[in-house]
Design a protein around this ligand. Structure first.
Ligand code: ATP
Length: 295
């Protein structure tokens, strides 16, 4: 199946320094929820603006659903940077402006208000909306016309915990509304981990990793263990040929599949275990490991 978005060595330079986007080749499968990750300044917004045609690339190509991007951009809806709204108008009236521009039927408004759970507040003035409601209104506007690809740049930026939770539920729901692919840029790794099917990690303009999320999280088996004498335990494990690191919690992290094997080895050598668990890697741990390797 053709990808929703495919870029090939996309490059954009501002001024003389290093490129903001450096030979980035993305592959976003259809129906993915693609978490586009990277620190501030990594180049996420610039990449998304290139895809949307808001900036012109220095080199590289962009294909949308197998077609040249210039021909297929009508299939994208986007929310990039803070959505601009007319505060004295209601949510419904704000959407109506875009609906008329796009030449869409009036019933489109109710459809998108339902998706973002704003039907009840649709007749209230946007001036009274919370930031979370404004973001959802921005997404409703991006959904007008039923785009096949939805690009959301930092949709959780500035939201409180309730707003972040609502946004998470909305993002999970969106692919169920039809044949839609979602690209969501964020630096909230734990949020991305909860919603994404795929991730791409950008660092200083370069794509460091692109993978299915389950492959990334499931790829590294490890056992987390601790004893009363951590240095001795590390020696025993190392002596038996296991590679040992420190876990985020400060315990020993052993590259091994089977916790029972590690426990038996340590007990045989007179160690008493105070902690034993299969280690589940987090997106945050993987993110930092890749950034450290790139440095
Ligand atoms: P953030 O999370 O802060 O939005 P980002 O990953 O989206 O970060 P970009 O906004 O794409 O990063 O910025 C990438 C780099 O390009 C930064 O160093 C930024 O200063 C630079 N940059 C972005 N837009 C411009 C511009 N219009 N002119 C000059 N430099 C720019």
């Amino acid at each position: 199946m053709t990808a929703a978005l495919e870029t090939h060595r996309l490059t954009k330079r501002f001024g003389k320094g290093a490129p903001a986007v450096d030979a980035v080749s993305l592959n976003v499968p259809r129906r993915a929820i693609y978490g586009f990750l990277g620190a501030n300044g990594a180049g996420k917004t610039t990449t998304l603006k290139l895809v949307l045609g808001l900036l012109r690339a220095d080199s590289g190509t962009i294909r949308l659903f197998g077609e040249d991007a210039a021909k297929a951009r009508t299939s994208i809806g986007s929310l990039i940077e803070t959505p601009s709204t007319y505060d004295h108008l209601t949510g419904r009236q704000n959407l109506d402006l875009t609906r008329i521009l796009l030449g869409l039927p009036r019933r489109e408004i109710d459809r998108v208000l339902d998706i973002v759970d704003l039907r009840g507040a649709g007749d209230e003035r946007v001036g009274g909306y919370s930031l979370g409601m404004r973001q959802r209104l921005g997404i409703a506007r991006a959904l007008l016309g039923n785009p096949r690809l939805l690009i959301l740049d930092e949709p959780t930026n500035g939201l409180d915990p309730d707003g972040i939770r609502d946004m998470r539920h909305l993002l999970r729901r969106l692919p169920e509304t039809g044949d839609v692919t979602l690209i969501v840029s964020s630096h909230l790794l734990s949020e991305v981990e909860q919603v994404a099917t795929h991730v791409g990690l950008l660092h200083r303009g370069r794509l460091l990793v692109e993978s299915r999320l389950d492959a990334l999280l499931g790829g590294i088996a490890a056992v987390e263990v601790d004893t009363g004498d951590r240095p001795r335990a590390a020696m025993i494990l190392g002596g038996a040929g296991f590679s040992v690191r420190q876990s985020e919690a400060g315990n020993l992290l052993v590259d091994a599949e089977d916790p029972a094997e590690i426990a038996a080895l340590l007990v045989r050598e007179g160690q008493s275990l105070s902690h034993l668990a299969r280690h589940r890697p987090s997106l945050e741990g993987i993110y930092h490991r890749h950034i450290a390797q790139a440095a």
